[in-house]
Design a protein around this ligand. Structure first.
Ligand code: PLP
Length: 372
């Protein structure tokens, strides 16, 4: 099998798995208990928080553990909108549904949500963003760091500066970026950031929300007062440890991984062109390494996915969370690709586990299918 759907999820890193094991089997103490048996769980929680904070240049007390990207996004938006009585949220048209459906839910509660368009590469139209931010002082902006379907990376520092100029709080869904490209929350001056472990070779069902010190946010889960009384519930120590090891490892390997993934992208595109396949590549030059959204003329993404599956190759038609919806995704609609290409879109997302030859095999398989 060739797994080329790493934007949907990644394999668990072996060192992360080994580091998790003791906290599932022998050192299972509740981190909140004062006796010595729980000491290793408590220490692991502290160390993991420090390790994660270091990877994004945050302070350890700015990292809040959650169940993943969806929860972090929900908390960021609902926590600010409800705590700070924000009346407006400014976001983009190409966000993940974890943001879009949270916005829809807040709209039903009377919050005004403005959706900023993107250009044909999936980049936020900065003038539209600035105009809306200017007209809605002291609101909340939430713009994704990198898009999950087409990989486009947004000019986050610039957008964050615009947001701050007009008193906005700036949140970014960085689920596709963390562990794949360098993210420094202090340098970028981000107020809140969502991340999810299973996108960077950590376990599923764990993530974190970075909340800059000083940002006032409503608690997301009330209960036993864990996570500084903001997100209660007994901590999932094993997964938190696994996430921290995976993130640390991925961050150290960003440069090597980027080189390898860029090579894989290059080979796949070169082979498809050599085979004279009619396709367009979606997204911007500045994109998440290894993420290729390709649209094949007069083809069907659905058909390609299933035929590739029969050949032992896993790719996606768009975002995994959208796999049951066979119509053209909101992202592809927003970048206005011609309809004769849009229907034939697949997303190939390479990861560190892929071999260089995988790119050749996938290109051959696509060519075989397209040429019938
Ligand atoms: N945000 C983005 C950009 C994503 O790609 C995803 C998952 O695909 C999520 C949020 C949701 O993350 P999780 O699966 O951890 O809930």
């Amino acid at each position: 099998m060739i797994y080329a759907d790493n934007a949907a999820t990644t394999a668990l890193d072996i060192d992360a798995f080994e580091a998790m094991k003791p906290f599932l089997l022998s050192q299972y103490g509740n981190a909140s208990q004062p006796y010595s048996f729980s000491r290793s769980a408590r220490n692991a929680l502290k160390l993991s928080r420090e390790r994660i904070a270091k990877c994004i240049n945050a302070n350890p007390d700015e990292i809040y553990f959650t169940s993943g990207g969806t929860e972090s996004d929900n908390w960021a938006l609902k926590g600010i909108a409800l705590e700070d009585k924000k009346k407006t949220i400014i976001t983009s048209k190409i966000e993940h549904h974890a943001i879009l459906n949270t916005c829809a839910s807040l709209e039903r509660k009377g919050i005004n949500v403005i959706y900023i368009p993107v250009d044909c590469k999936g980049k936020i139209i900065e003038n539209s963003f600035e105009n809306e931010v200017k007209n809605n002082n002291y609101a909340l902006s939430s713009i994704m760091f990198a898009n999950n379907e087409i990989g486009t990376i947004q000019p986050i520092k610039h957008l964050c500066d615009i947001a701050h100029k007009y008193g906005h709080i700036f949140h970014t869904d960085a689920v596709q970026a963390i562990g794949h490209i360098k993210v420094d929350v202090k340098e970028l001056d981000i107020d809140m950031l969502s991340a999810s472990a299973h996108k960077f070779n950590g376990p599923k069902g764990i993530g974190f929300l970075y909340i800059k010190n000083g940002i006032k946010i409503a608690p997301y889960i009330d209960g036993g007062q864990q996570e500084n009384k903001l997100r209660s519930g007994t901590e999932n120590i094993a997964s938190i440890v696994g996430m921290s090891i995976a993130l640390e490892k991925n961050c150290k390997q960003i440069e090597n991984n980027t080189n390898k993934l860029t090579k894989l992208e290059y080979i796949l595109l070169r082979e498809l062109k050599l085979k004279k396949i009619d396709f367009i590549r979606n997204g911007a030059d500045n994109h998440i390494p290894g993420n290729l959204s390709l649209s094949f003329k007069n083809s069907s993404g659905e058909m390609l996915l299933h035929r590739l599956d029969l050949m032992g190759i896993c790719v996606s038609t768009g975002s995994a969370c959208n796999s049951k919806n066979t119509s053209i995704s909101h992202v592809l609609k927003s970048i206005s690709i011609p309809i004769e290409y849009a229907n034939g879109t697949i997303r190939i997302s390479f990861g560190s586990n892929n071999k260089i030859n995988d790119a050749n095999i996938i290109a051959n398989a696509i060519s075989k299918i397209i040429k019938g």
